[in-house]
Design a protein around this ligand. Sequence first.
Ligand SMILES: Cc1cc2nc3c(=O)[nH]c(=O)nc-3n(C[C@H](O)[C@H](O)[C@H](O)COP(=O)(O)O)c2cc1C
Length: 405
Amino acid sequence: MVEAHPGERFSTPKNRGVPAGAPGEFAPLKLGALHVWPPVVLAPMAGVTNHPFRSLCREFGAGLYVSEMITARGFLNGHRMTHLLASSRVDEHPRSIQVYGSDPMDVGEMVRRLVDDGVDHIDINFGCPVRKVTRHGGGAAIPVKPRLMARIVRAGVRSAGAVPFTIKVRKGIDEGLTTHLDSGRVAQEEGAAAIGLHARTAAELYSGSADWNAIAELVEAVDIPVLGNGDVWEPWDALRMMRETSCAGVIVGRGCLGRPWLFAELARVFDGCEPERPPDLGRVGEILLDHARRLAEFFGERTGIRQMRKWGGWYTKGFAHAASVRDRFGRIESLAELEELVRELPQDEPFPLRALTVNRAKRGGTQTVTLPAGYLDDRDDDTPPKSPHRPEELEAWERALASGG
Ligand SMILES: Cc1cc2nc3c(=O)[nH]c(=O)nc-3n(C[C@H](O)[C@H](O)[C@H](O)COP(=O)(O)O)c2cc1C
């Protein structure tokens, strides 16, 4: 177990001696006309980075806050929930949306509508490792076919016009079939404003450590900005990633689940300052309730509060005295019930150092990636994959997609 000592920096041992950013050491992230400081991007996360969570993170810090993945099919078919998830509020600027689509026409049309609606940045997800998606040739299977990926990116870039269009990929299917360098070449040739790399293969899912060397390799290979992604848990991890790989910015995923103040810490270290100590349990409870009220306001109380069930566990992860109430978070039905539960938490328990290292949201484990039969026989094929047609299959595919990238 890792313990902090009085007066010592609140960090795991690997980050104790890491200096904060020096003046001029890092530059704002440039995505077309957008200049993002600090060069920090909230990772698109399905079921997580909706407007309520983005607005909370934004109040703590600065940077670019990307929506969860919005499927082009659902959007173009006018699904009510898809449109709610793609929606924003007037206070959100820059407004950033991640798209999922494997058909160039769909992507082009969706991007055109988003631009008309005033979106400032659009990303596309080519990293979803879920079996139901890759076995149809979608998600992480797309970069295996660079000409197909090029068609999709071209359609997105054309429709985006002056709005920066970026792509997000994984390192490849598995160690025997890495695709990040091909993806970088396609992104650059087709005019993408940047490429984000989650430095794990689809086979690795979320397990092990991200391979930051692959990020450095991609930075060497392309002239467009590279956004490094994977394992930024503490603010100094972001500085180390940028120093070790020369990437232009970092994408932060699981580290901010139940820890939206991580964006305040990131802003501090990029500005050369030490961050404040993380909040004690009393303050965490206040932040949790703030988050819950935003969700209730956006989705309606019933849907919003149900979403808080998972968040209760993430916010209180690692706190010894929250263990007794943690399973009750999983059953809450109303804001009043949640407020009552939060009142029972011991207010002054300090934030535990072990909470920096515990996993949130995704279990470990690896997989053998399933691709369509014969998929690797013709990697130059640029035919878009057929998404399932039967309604129940389409629904299962949308649900699988909604579980991430
Ligand atoms: C709950 C969850 C949902 C995710 N959903 C998406 C998604 O919609 N689109 C995407 O490109 N990646 C998605 N991801 C992957 C993240 O964007 C990010 O690449 C990954 O978590 C690695 O970064 P990290 O080590 O900082 O967590 C998801 C990850 C999690 C944990």
